[in-house]
Design a protein around this ligand. Structure first.
Ligand SMILES: [Zn+2]
Length: 182
């Protein structure tokens, strides 16, 4: 990718040989590898040996997980918070794996809606809980920096499965936990 970045620099009217830009193609290449490293792993690998049989059956919630991703339409960042909850049904997932699962899908080219669904559906299929809820709240640089320039707008997407979809009390309990009043 290094040669392509040099070409882009030329195309926008820059001089890739000036000192500030000399190492830029290498830096862009290594940043790009990191930001798309989610393609190098998969859910089965990530959750391998992280599922445990536990009698706990109350809601498990991990909120305010930081999300950094790239929108697939502009290759510009979108970033914000992700909240994940599920209702165990005999099995739980190691808590530290939930942010890692979010990172795995975020470090790919994404649209926020698909990112939200992929997190929910993966937990649903691997943990087979009574329900899963995922909410992502994010700001998109493609909206903020260009075009509409709505600097404070936040896109909110959610995926509710099982009990979170069917039972309003369960859904409300989750929503109150992620956005406590007062
Ligand atoms: Zn975009």
């Amino acid at each position: 990718m290094i040669e392509e970045v040099r070409r882009i620099l030329l195309q926008i009217g820059e001089d890739p040989s000036r000192s500030g830009l000399l190492m830029t193609p290498q830096r862009v290449d290594s940043a790009r590898r990191y930001l798309t490293s989610g393609y190098q792993t998969n859910a089965a690998e990530l959750l391998n040996r992280a599922l445990f049989v536990v009698a706990y059956d109350e809601m498990v919630i991990v909120r305010n997980i930081e999300v950094f991703s790239l929108c697939e339409h502009h290759l510009l960042p979108f970033f914000g918070k992700c909240h994940v909850a599920y209702l165990p049904n005999g099995k739980v997932i190691g808590l530290s794996k939930i942010p890692r699962l979010v990172d795995m899908y975020a470090r790919r080219l994404q649209v926020q809606e698909r990112l939200t669904m992929q997190i929910a559906e993966t937990i649903n299929s691997k943990v087979q809980p009574r329900g899963v809820a995922v909410v992502v709240e994010a700001q998109h640089l493609c909206m903020i920096m260009r075009g509409v320039e709505k600097q404070n707008s936040i896109a909110v997407t959610s995926s509710m499965l099982g009990a979170f979809k069917d039972n309003q009390n369960t859904r409300n309990e989750f929503l109150n936990l992620i956005h406590p009043k007062g």
